[in-house]
Design a protein around this ligand. Structure first.
Ligand SMILES: [Zn+2]
Length: 143
């Protein structure tokens, strides 16, 4: 029974563990891997003041709508043949999927800076309860 493995003392507490913000960003990036979006895979998670995740989302077609039938194009003659009218962004899905009554004091962790529509949703989710929904994000290298 060695107490050392790879030069580390196994009788001591680890000190190279993920900090909370890194952990939540990792959850967001993992959730993004569920996305079928060919251009940008984005994930988001909402975390409460006790560092508990209360909602997770990724970008995709609306519930019950076939992602085989709806378009994934970025450009077409008609806007209706592009993805834009249909795709629900990760932030929206994280808010809609929340398993808490509200998002008071919560933080949204998202891997891409929110668009104007999601910024409105985040503000409205906040103002419903007169609470603070702060935002943390990391710049995506896949833009
Ligand atoms: Zn958005």
């Amino acid at each position: 029974n060695d107490i050392f493995r790879d030069g580390k003392d196994l009788s001591e507490k680890r000190d190279d563990y993920l900090e909370w913000p890194e952990d939540f960003m990792a959850v967001s990036f993992l959730s993004a891997q569920r996305s079928k979006e060919p251009n940008f895979q984005v994930g988001a998670c909402i975390v409460n003041a006790e560092n508990k995740i209360v909602g997770i989302g990724y970008n995709g077609m609306p519930n019950g709508c076939s992602d085989d039938l709806l378009p994934w194009n970025r450009a077409a003659k008609s806007k209706l043949d592009t993805k834009y009218p249909y795709v629900c962004h990760a932030e929206m899905n994280a808010i809609m999927n929340k398993n808490s009554a509200d998002v008071k004091g919560c933080t949204m962790c998202v891997a891409l800076f929110p668009c104007n529509e999601c910024a409105k949703l985040i503000i409205q989710a906040d103002s419903l309860k007169s609470s603070l929904l702060s935002l943390c994000f990391m710049e995506s290298t896949s833009v």
